[in-house]
Design a protein around this ligand. Sequence first.
Ligand code: CMP
Length: 135
Amino acid sequence: MNKEKTFVMIKPDGVKKGLVGEIISRFEKKGLALLELRLLNLSREEAEELYRVHEGKPFFEPLVEYVTSGPVVVMVLEGEGAVKVVRSIVGATNPQDALPGTIRGDFALTIEENIVHASDSVESYERESSIFFSD
Ligand code: CMP
């Protein structure tokens, strides 16, 4: 048994396109449990903390600007191998490499607006989810 939790954020483009229900439905249909869910506007501080590992990279500032430009949905999902399973449902970071059938493969075209963020490890989940959820 390898039951674990992971963190997902539906970015402003996903919310604007009306994809919140579709995205959550894909995770639920796979068998993942939705443990936490919030709709909010990220502060600059929250966005910088979420993407701290990318600080200094050329895309950092535009990324922070973008994810603070409109409402996002953050959630915690739980299930067997949740980190890896969720990333496979989400698809490759660059939507041009993401396979059809994945969220980014079906709904996004550019890396700057790739619909969704998902933790890449249990450690990232712990750090990222703690920005938005108390436990
Ligand atoms: P995400 O999974 O949220 O993690 C970091 C984000 O930075 C990534 O998705 C992209 O939306 C964004 N990004 C923008 N440009 C790049 C780039 N050149 N390489 C990687 N990520 C990028």
